[in-house]
Write a protein that binds this ligand. Structure first.
Ligand code: NAD
Length: 284
């Protein structure tokens, strides 16, 4: 892959959670291009290994590591592997996250007639606390727990960085997905809290809030089987002044800027939207 500019990450060890996924796979490759050694950590070991193999085949250094961001024991095991094979962690990208259908309403607005038992429509009243808990845990605890584990390596170093992945819905909630919106708001809030908490030990903490990227997670919500856009996708585009969905590569410049002390050494506790203007546009 091509990166927009180079930063010097030689000898740096990066852990990317959710690295087997679409956006974080691209992050892992971009950071490798800058010379970092990459631990691609994912619940899905196969996908993590696939991304690591692609990096190694391209001349980089990477390992695929199985790890569950909600399980301290699993992360401690992953950390032991990273430390043995690559060294101690300098940069943590908290990318694992996502939504769940059980935390999602079928419709944008509540209609009284939908309350008549209709199994096909999930109203606000049908939202399953277990589904909501899943989404809160994955996004919020799934950011906090890996930071507890991997930032320990950073305490004796300079220039360490944590990057969290938030979302548009952390600023203003999106319809249908109250759990995911609330959980990403918590990720943005935690980013600020952690930046302050870690400021005396020289760990900078920032977040990227991607706009709308067509990936596995949201493809079903946004496109029909033939690839055409659903009304929700059309609505997103009509609220995106730049008139398109993002490509994962659109995030790379912001990632490299936030990681590089020379570029962003005084940037701390921020949540940077990369959204084609979506969050700036009132719709009028
Ligand atoms: P993705 O589904 O392709 O990647 C997520 C990865 O996380 C997957 O590989 C999955 O196996 C892994 N994962 C899930 N649960 C895990 C766990 N418990 N432990 C470890 N790994 C786990 O998703 P993506 O679209 O690339 O999203 C990456 C991040 O960006 C997520 O935090 C997502 O919420 C956020 N995001 C995505 C978009 C978008 O438009 N796609 C927009 C805003 C924010």
């Amino acid at each position: 892959m091509k990166i927009p500019f180079n930063i010097d990450l030689k000898e740096k060890v990066v852990v990317v959670t959710g690295g087997g996924g679409v956006l974080c796979g691209v992050f892992a490759k971009a950071l490798s291009k800058c010379g970092a050694k990459i631990a691609v950590l994912d619940l899905n070991k196969e996908n993590a290994q696939r991304v690591a193999d692609e990096i190694n085949n391209d001349g980089g250094t990477a390992i695929g590591v199985a790890g569950n961001v909600l399980d301290k024991e699993s992360l401690n095991k992953a950390k032991a592997i990273v430390n043995e094979k690559l060294g101690t962690c300098d940069i943590l990208i908290n990318g694992a996250g996502g939504n769940h259908p059980k935390g999602t309403t079928t419709k944008e607005y509540l209609n009284i007639e939908d309350l008549e038992k209709n199994d096909e429509i999930i109203t606000f009243y049908d939202l399953d606390p277990k589904g909501i808990e899943f989404v809160f845990n994955l996004n919020f605890l799934g950011t906090l727990i890996p930071t507890q584990i991997f930032s320990k390596d950073m305490l004796e170093k300079e220039d360490s960085v944590v990057i969290n992945i938030s979302s548009m819905n952390s600023f203003v909630p999106l319809t249908k997905i109250p759990a995911y919106s609330g959980a990403k708001a918590a990720v943005s809030n935690f980013t600020k809290w952690l930046a302050v908490h870690m400021s005396k030990v020289e760990i900078r903490v920032n977040a990227i809030a991607p706009g709308f990227f067509l990936t596995n997670q949201n493809r079903g919500l946004l496109t029909n089987e033939d690839g055409s856009f659903k009304p929700r996708a059309e609505k997103i585009l009509s609220h995106t002044p730049m008139d398109r969905f993002g490509e994962p590569e659109d995030l790379v410049g912001t990632l490299l800027w936030l990681v590089d002390k020379n570029s962003s050494g005084f940037v701390n506790g921020t949540v940077i939207p990369v959204d084609g203007g979506f969050s700036a546009y009132s719709g009028v």
